[in-house]
Design a protein around this ligand. Sequence first.
Ligand code: CA
Length: 255
Amino acid sequence: MIGAIFRFNYRQLPVRCRAMKRILIVEDEPEIREMIRFSLEPKGYLINEADNAQEARKLLSQHAYDLILMDWMLPGRSGLEFTREIKQKNQKPSPPIIMLTARANESDKVEGLDSGADDYITKPFSPRELAARIKAVIRRSHREEDETSLDFEGLCLDPVQHQVSLHGSPINLSPAEYNLLHFFMSHPDRAYSRSQILDKVWGDNAYVEERTVDVHIRRLRKVLAVSGHDAFIQTVRGVGYRFTPDKLKTSRDNS
Ligand code: CA
């Protein structure tokens, strides 16, 4: 029955359109934030702003970011300390971080990169330079992310082969379900609303209703139920869904 539902071959279908890239600016000077926002928004980036680490933490718990622009000199927790915190806390890949700073000497640069920052831009910088660096860093991080195979207790997704298997047996998924599962597996332990999932998996331009997410989740669970891995996809009441890879068929809070 499952085989009948998932009869088409996703390899022959076009690859998904990527969602808009979301960038978080952590910078205490409003003029610089504004300059960055004005230069990036027309290029199609979604921009969120925080003027200290505390605000940024809140935003980081609400959205998945493609990149963080981090000012070094922040009131309270410095950008350097905050970068370390982000990179250490997440065992899973955290968003790439570009450090923004007026400190221009070599040892500062080394310290910045040692903290886990992926790149470093010295103030003042031109919007053109910033845009070029952002593009390069995001491209690099997606390439790494896209090629890493993900494995949670026998549920394995290999992005290079575009193949999902359960304890070594390949399964067939539709493109939407594959993308949905890829998104969940690369963003575990975080609750996402239906609209966030649509935004991340289907892209901003897609004309898809939020109910569609439920339909695809239901189908995905059905396929994963063969091995009990459906329990990884949990319904979070009042929010949406969360992929929790340590719940192998024991405590389900989904309906
Ligand atoms: Ca500053």
